[in-house]
Ligand binder design. Sequence first.
Ligand SMILES: Cc1cc2nc3c(=O)[nH]c(=O)nc-3n(C[C@H](O)[C@H](O)[C@H](O)COP(=O)(O)O)c2cc1C
Length: 188
Amino acid sequence: MEVFNLLKTIIQERRSIKKFNGKSVALSDITAVLEDAAWAPNHGNREPWRFVVAAEKGLEAIRTTIKECTVPKWNMLAPEELEQKTAGFKLPGAFVFVIVPEDLRQKERLEDFSAASALIQNAQLLAWEKGIGTCWKTPAWIDAPKFRQALGVKPGERILAMLQFGYYDELPKAKERTPIEEKITYFG
Ligand SMILES: Cc1cc2nc3c(=O)[nH]c(=O)nc-3n(C[C@H](O)[C@H](O)[C@H](O)COP(=O)(O)O)c2cc1C
């Protein structure tokens, strides 16, 4: 019984962290989280996910790649302006890009995206338990060809999430949820 209450608490109290404090997250913490998160349900045990992880020594490299590959018009900015616009990318302590296959069959594609989403939520909860905040991000440039190429994303694959990990100083307020009764239609 206690186990279920703990789970309920972690699910309810996890928050998306949008302001990290710049402290880096150990690669071993990221791989431990992914190892456990991979117990997500997935049809046919296809395990429809792979990851590009940027932590520790990869952290500076991914920040540079994001700057260089994402918003073309940023290339025209003066260095100080670019620095200001991209300052936020310095703060997460690790990045994980979750990549899923785009099955040509509709049903399998839906299943695979759903399974990878379950994995992502597992990862967010597991990180939270370790005191590490996360935010699932889908920036406008996530499908930009230059960025996909830099990450080694192949045709037939899609980046489902830029998952940011990091430490934080302030806990954001929860966005209230609609009472579930308003979302339920009782059948029969
Ligand atoms: C599929 C998906 C995409 C998201 N993309 C973004 C994003 O691009 N930028 C962002 O700030 N938050 C993003 N979020 C996080 C949501 O803003 C966040 O989950 C929501 O505000 C609820 O907050 P909570 O997670 O603390 O309950 C995304 C969440 C999901 C599930």
